[in-house]
Write a new protein. Structure first.
Length: 339
């Protein structure tokens, strides 16, 4: 049975993927500001109803204004998220996301859906109303901000295993891998967070491998001075839970990179890297030989003597494996990847 890398604090390594980061949107007009302030008063229900009506407007400018104000109202206030959903905003927002070719409107809608998804009461309605497929579309073709916030929204909608499967089947994994590779720092962090969560299910791990995730992760891990090393190692730790992931890590030259992290990484990086090596070594004598030849034993011995109990236990188990006789069945598993 494979050892699972499990760290109770793993999500501290990731983007929070909370409501939109301000600065991406124009400042509301004076009229909008007045109306938004009024929302704190008793007439907020009436104003929200007015905004939902405007989502159905024939004017794209009215749609943009209504969507921008909805995303602002839902940004920080849980009560507003509930009110907006109860007023019937979710279905017309999803309809706009599905049908509009205006990139700015798409960006506003994605961010409004992200902010509404921060309320647990809204998640099931957003999922059941068909939000996943158009969010994946925004992830593929939207602005940089739309892609980042679509990744965060998909993360927020992936709380249950069936949701993660649905998101993977809707095609989210390849564009998330592309965002991880080619996005800005914010986009890389958001993509890593979403992939870490979605790849807790086997089907999505395999999809990620087929989308080329290991090449991207190995490159990110190799840049030891970057802020992406923690995130990349954690994502590797879940993807190597399947045989295809282990084979891909080896094929992409990941073993020396992971061994280097065990030697010179931070304490958290070392612990997760040891867990990765343990997973790839447990069922393959060939992989054990490769890890041993990369000089893993001395840093593992040092780790077993000087770090946390969890890191020490993993290091000791891996040392024991690496010191076992390496004769016998030894062929490294190979896998044929479907396109």
């Amino acid at each position: 049975m494979l050892t699972t890398v499990n760290n109770d604090h793993s999500f501290s390594a990731f983007s929070d993927c909370n409501s939109d980061r301000s600065g991406e949107f124009p400042t509301p007009s004076s009229e909008s500001r007045r109306l938004l302030i009024a929302c704190a008063a008793d007439n907020s229900d009436e104003f929200i109803t007015h905004l939902v009506v405007n989502l159905h407007s024939c004017s794209i400018e009215e749609q943009k204004q209504a969507t921008m104000e909805i995303r602002l109202l839902a940004k920080n206030k849980q009560e507003n998220r509930v009110k907006i959903a109860k007023a019937g905003a979710i279905k017309p927002l999803i309809s706009l996301l599905s049908s509009s070719s205006d990139l700015q409107l798409q960006e506003y809608v994605v961010t409004a859906i992200l902010n509404l998804s921060l309320c647990d009461e809204n998640k099931e309605l957003i999922n059941s109303s068909g939000a996943v497929k158009p969010l994946v579309g925004a992830l593929e073709t939207g602005t940089a901000t739309a892609k980042e916030n679509a990744a965060c929204a998909l993360l927020r909608l992936s709380q249950r295993e069936e949701d993660k499967l649905a998101i993977g089947r809707a095609g989210a994994i390849p564009p998330l891998v592309r965002l991880l590779e080619g996005g800005g720092l914010r986009g890389k962090k958001d993509a890593a967070t979403a992939l870490y969560a979605l790849c807790s299910v086997k089907e999505n791990k395999v999809r990620a491998v087929r989308a080329g995730i290991m090449r991207v992760l190995v490159e990110l891990m190799a840049d030891l001075g970057s802020s992406m090393v923690d995130k990349a190692v954690y994502v590797v730790s879940v993807v190597v839970g399947v045989a295809e992931g282990r084979a891909s890590l080896v094929e992409e030259g990941g073993i020396p990179v992971v061994v280097e992290i065990v030697e010179v990484g931070t304490q958290r990086q070392k612990e997760i890297a040891v867990g990765v090596l343990l997973q790839i070594c447990e069922e393959s004598v060939v992989y054990r030989t490769m890890v041993s030849r990369e000089g893993a034993i001395p840093p593992l011995v040092a780790l077993s003597q000087s770090h946390s109990n969890r890191a020490k236990q993993k290091a000791e188990k891996l040392i024991e494996l690496l010191r076992q006789p390496r004769s016998g069945n030894g062929a490294a598993p190979t896998f044929q990847m479907s396109p």
